[in-house]
Design a protein around this ligand. Structure first.
Ligand code: SF4
Length: 243
């Protein structure tokens, strides 16, 4: 990918519908494009769309080793339904052991800094390794998920360290209702945690159900909800040119 070429195309890409965007990514970038998902409902929708619009498009995920059993079950279900092999990127075992030995298994309760440290070891670093294998990073982010995400574009060129990536959010302008309508219409598998009141899916303990009217990500690290300015981001979508 050259920055110039994709800069020229950004306006066009932002005008494409989600399936056309997935098709374009696969046809143009092949194995250097991939859906990176943590199996929110939007990730499932994109996998379903890709099965028709871009069969062969890679699907990658970060397995923090602290996911809910429901999420592991969903991964297996998606692989069987679509005949795909979802690529797992896990944290460095030595880094995890060192972190747990120094700070304990549940360090994320202690402070925002320790939560971010854990997220860095278990999520951000494996995610960076995943991103090292693609030039086009496809995510399920939507503008209505939180205030912090309200300005995301369907297509944007971002800097990630020394690298330049094309970041695609094909469902950026979809509403929550749009996502569920698609899932019902297509019989798309989704995480059963949604049926238990979760509106955002992350690690065990760090993710809890939300109440009606709460921000969709209010269930993340709920014990920090009193902190002013906590953006509820784990770091994966931060840094290097916006989320
Ligand atoms: S969500 Fe919690 S357990 Fe998961 S990586 Fe972040 S702090 Fe660690």
């Amino acid at each position: 990918m050259t920055l110039t070429e994709d800069h020229l195309q950004l306006a066009d890409l932002n005008a494409l519908g989600p399936e056309d965007l997935l098709r374009w990514a696969y046809e143009r970038h092949g194995s250097r494009a991939g859906i990176v998902t943590s199996f929110q409902n939007t990730g499932c929708v994109m996998i379903d769309m890709a099965s028709r619009a871009a069969p062969g498009l890679r699907v990658l995920t970060v397995d923090t080793l602290r996911l809910h059993q429901e999420t592991y079950d969903l991964i297996a279900q998606l692989e069987e339904r679509y005949g795909i092999a979802i690529e797992r990127f896990q944290p460095d075992p030595d880094a995890v052991e060192n972190m747990v030995q120094r700070h304990g298994e549940y360090l994320f309760f202690d402070s925002k800094a320790k939560q971010e440290y854990c997220c860095n070891i278990r999520k951000v670093q494996p995610n960076e390794r995943a991103l090292g294998t693609v030039d086009v990073w496809i995510t399920g982010l939507r503008r209505d998920q939180s205030e912090y995400r309200s300005n995301i574009k369907k297509a944007d060129v971002i800097k990630r360290g020394e690298r330049t990536l094309l970041k695609l959010c094909p469902l950026a302008d979809w509403t929550e209702a749009d996502v569920w309508s698609y899932i019902r219409t297509h019989g798309t598998p989704y995480n059963s945690l949604y049926d238990k009141g979760y509106t955002s899916i992350g690690c065990v303990i760090c993710t809890t159900p939300t109440l009606p009217g709460e921000d969709k990500r209010a269930g993340r690290w709920r014990w920090f909800n009193h902190l002013e300015g906590d953006n509820k981001e784990c770091g994966i979508h931060m840094g290097g040119g916006g989320i």
